[in-house]
Write a protein that binds this ligand. Structure first.
Ligand code: NAP
Length: 317
């Protein structure tokens, strides 16, 4: 919402897009809707409108019916096991005629084809640029700027928390201290298990394989090892011998299907991925015609917001 406000004049002047916010919902605040428009500045300040009880939506469907959105943004917490409740949110939004924009990668892993089919049937878009590497144009780049390429595989450092934790362990912190440091700078969740155990990275690998390689891979088909088993001594010994640990994501097309993994690897300092610090992430795509690397430097939450904004513009145009 902050980014929508900051770009309001740009959207109006250069894209002829006017917007108003007609609904917002979360577990704590419930379902708030006003088809004439909510005050985004007030919402950002934590001031919610007092709507009479008889006008207050009590569930997702009432909320969508009242807000009557043309675009719906899904940014609820990731549940990598089933992709819910995000899948139901996105389906309901598409069914009521809105474009659906998701930062949540669960729906791609568990319902990509279904959501694409529903969007197509309704003449709307299902877009999800910010699910992998935030605002970096990955999903939007492939169909438009790289037509007719064959993606043979990719390799990446796609999880910020583990990158920060491994960097801090090199400086002498224990795993617990390094996680605390990552939480203090707002990178790691209160429960960092999904990052440390490699689930977040695995879901990203699955999303890239499903969307860009056209194979409906399941999470249990991706070999996964997190970073909990690596000791500070191992991290420092690697550093002293000119190597660095990184949680590496890989996928490649083989004659028998996709081989994919997420696991810690020691990289020589001559490997560009060894130089990635903190929240910087990177991916190298192996195309049939050339190799292409993309680095996103020091991403913060505004980069995720930008992915959503880019999808918003692509959808309404
Ligand atoms: N943070 C990033 O930089 C980043 C980058 C790329 C993608 N993503 C994805 O973007 C999404 C949001 O990330 P986040 O870091 O903001 O997650 P988060 O801290 O877990 O916040 C999620 C939000 O979703 C709401 N929510 C959770 N379950 C809900 C439900 N059943 N119904 C309605 N609202 C619900 C929460 O509301 P309450 O607080 O009221 O419970 C909260 O406002 C996640 O899917 C994440 O994987 C995040």
């Amino acid at each position: 919402v902050r980014l929508l406000l900051a770009k309001r004049a740009e959207l109006r002047n250069n894209y002829a897009i006017e917007w108003r916010l007609t609904g917002v919902g979360s577990r704590r605040i419930g379902w708030i809707a006003d088809p004439t428009g909510l005050d985004p500045e007030a919402l950002l300040a934590g001031q919610f409108p007092s709507i009479p009880a008889w006008k207050t939506p009590h569930n997702l469907h009432q909320w969508l019916a009242t807000a009557d959105p043309q675009v719906f943004f899904e940014a609820s917490s990731l549940d990598w096991r089933c992709g819910q409740p995000a899948i139901d949110h996105l389906k309901a939004a598409l069914e009521c005629g809105a474009h659906a924009v998701s930062a949540n990668k669960g729906p791609i892993v568990h319902a990509y084809l279904e959501l694409c089919a529903l969007a197509k049937a309704r003449g709307r878009r299902f877009l999800f640029e910010s699910t992998v590497m935030d605002g970096t144009p990955i999903f939007s780049m492939f169909p438009h700027s790289l037509p007719a390429v064959d993606l043979r595989g990719f390799r990446g450092v796609l999880n910020a928390t583990t990158n920060v934790v491994l960097t801090e362990m090199e400086k002498g912190l224990t795993l617990e201290q390094a996680v605390k440091r990552a939480q203090d700078i707002g990178v790691a969740e209160t429960d960092p298990s999904d990052d440390l155990d490699g689930w977040d990275a695995t879901v990203k690998v699955a999303a890239l394989v499903i969307v860009l390689m056209g194979v409906d891979i399941k999470l249990d088909q991706i070999e996964r090892t997190g970073i909990r088993g690596i000791t500070p001594e191992q991290v420092r010994a690697a550093r002293e011998s000119g190597m660095r640990y990184k949680l590496i994501c890989r996928a490649e097309r083989t004659p028998s299907g996709i081989r994919a993994s997420v696991k810690p690897e020691q990289l020589p300092l001559t490997d560009p991925f060894a130089l990635l610090e903190g929240t910087t992430s990177a991916v190298r795509f192996d195309l049939d015609v050339f190799g292409l690397s993309i680095i996103e430097h020091k991403a913060a939450v505004i980069a995720t917001a930008y992915g959503l904004l880019g999808d918003f513009i692509r959808a309404v145009q």
